[in-house]
Write a protein that binds this ligand. Sequence first.
Ligand SMILES: [Zn+2]
Length: 122
Amino acid sequence: MDSQKVSELKERFSFLCGPIEVDDGWYTLIKDLCLKIENALNNSPNETGFEIFIVTKKMGCLRVYTSNTNPYLESLVIEAERQSCYICEECGSKGQLCYRNNIYKVLCEKHRIMNGFRKVKL
Ligand SMILES: [Zn+2]
């Protein structure tokens, strides 16, 4: 992700501690997730120490690793991970899971063709 976007997110959300290893198309998805988490944490002051220690990918979809989480925060994370499977990681348009040489990535039609990926038949 663009380093300015990463800095923006990290300055805004103190619980976002580790690296963000995904492309710009998921910026809004990650920001929305962080806003929901922030809201939940503000409403439950007893929850302390929540951290996102890495934002990465697993099999082409978003994977967010956390510590000191709770079932509600985890449900927010899981929902964002699920949504990422339908959002182009490069531009944020509607996408689907694609692959090229064992690399999986969610891409819109334009970026799939530009990058020489094939659709994964689910
Ligand atoms: Zn795209």
